[in-house]
Design a protein around this ligand. Structure first.
Ligand code: UDP
Ligand code: MG
Length: 321
């Protein structure tokens, strides 16, 4: 059993690793924590792995390493690090020395003493280019709104602390590392807090997340999460409802056209063709789309009922004889 596991995903960060480890060790020893550091080498093409191997040889008890055969991304790296972690508190940080290990004791105390499930770092003063910080503001505002976690300013801070149960019960995949608090909340861990942390400019190398596609992907991921958490388990409730309404409106308008036609015929009023009325097309489209939506819901329900983890519920405690 350890007090703290530090999980560090890294991709081509050979210059920083030794410095980062020495700093972490200094902080841990000064505070008397037992700890392990898990480096997850996400398919680096530089000498990162050799540095980690050397560290492991020097401190076999404290340094663990996981090496991916290729670059999978930060989320898969975190996922594998989490599986390995044994500490009561699991802390994630970036390998680029932007996050300060001096924050560890404060984060640890918030989890252990104040009872938080997850504490996210908040880089109030950021040392990143404007092209990164500005879109991030917008991103965080949206994430707050959609996730309903109102008290977080910085969802995507690499420096976070988790109660062990949290990392063992959430599954981070794709690029979902941006939404760890949301994943935790969906799994039922509701005490989520924030701590203002120091942030440095990148010392070596350059950012691994550049370009505009990260915003597009970020928003799509947020939509997926929102959708999964609101009606992932019951697709029929959304699609079935929408489909039924549409079909009903279509049916009403078709009925209206029919009645109108019959009434005109009965009273010998000259009447144009049914196909000339806009309502004809409205009812046609509505009924087709309505049926499709309904079927989508039905198929979605079938899929969700046959999925492997359909009965995976988060059980916090059990009392048994
Ligand atoms: N990282 C990773 N796999 C990737 C990209 C990044 O493990 O495919 C790591 C990277 O080495 C760093 C952390 O994720 O430790 C955060 O990356 P970076 O500092 O480039 O992001 P930024 O701080 O610019 O948002
Ligand atoms: Mg960074």
């Amino acid at each position: 059993m350890k007090d703290i596991s530090v999980v560090i995903p890294l991709y081509n960060e050979e210059e920083s690793i030794n410095e980062l480890y020495a700093w972490i060790e200094r902080v841990m020893v000064a505070n008397g924590y037992s700890f392990e550091v898990i480096f997850v080498n996400d398919g680096s093409t530089d000498g990162s792995w050799e540095v980690i191997e050397k560290l492991h040889c020097e401190n076999p008890e404290r340094v663990k390493g996981i090496k991916f055969r290729r670059n999978y991304g930060k989320s898969p790296a975190l996922y594998c690090g989490f599986k390995e972690a044994q500490g009561d508190v699991v802390i994630t940080m970036d390998a680029d020395l932007q996050d300060s290990p001096d924050e560890i004791p404060g984060l640890y105390k918030m989890i252990i003493e104040e009872g938080y499930d997850l504490v996210s770092g908040y880089k109030q003063k950021r040392y990143d280019p404007l092209s990164k910080t500005l879109p991030t503001k917008l991103f965080n505002a949206t994430a707050r709104k959609i996730s309903g976690i109102k008290n977080l300013h910085d969802f995507n801070c690499g420096l976070k602390a988790y109660r062990k149960a949290v990392v063992k019960n959430i599954e981070v995949y794709g690029e979902m590392h941006r939404y760890m608090p949301y994943l935790a909340k969906n799994a039922g861990f509701s005490k989520i807090g924030e701590k203002v942390v120091q942030h440095q400019a990148r010392k070596y190398g350059e950012s691994k997340f550049m370009g505009w596609n990260r915003f597009v992907n970020g928003y799509l991921d947020l939509l997926t999460l929102w959708f999964l958490s609101t009606f992932g388990k019951k697709p029929m409730h959304v699609f079935g409802f929408l489909g039924s309404i549409m079909f009903f409106i279509g049916l009403l308008s078709a009925f209206g056209i029919g009645v109108d036609k019959l009434w005109c015929l009965a009273n010998h009023i000259p009447q144009r063709l049914v196909t000339n009325s806009p309502w004809f097309y409205i009812s046609l489209t509505m009924m087709i789309i309505g049926t499709q939506l309904f079927l989508t819901g039905f198929v979605g329900d079938l899929i969700s009922r046959s999925s492997q983890n359909r009965n995976d519920y988060q059980i916090e405690e059990e009392l048994k004889s």
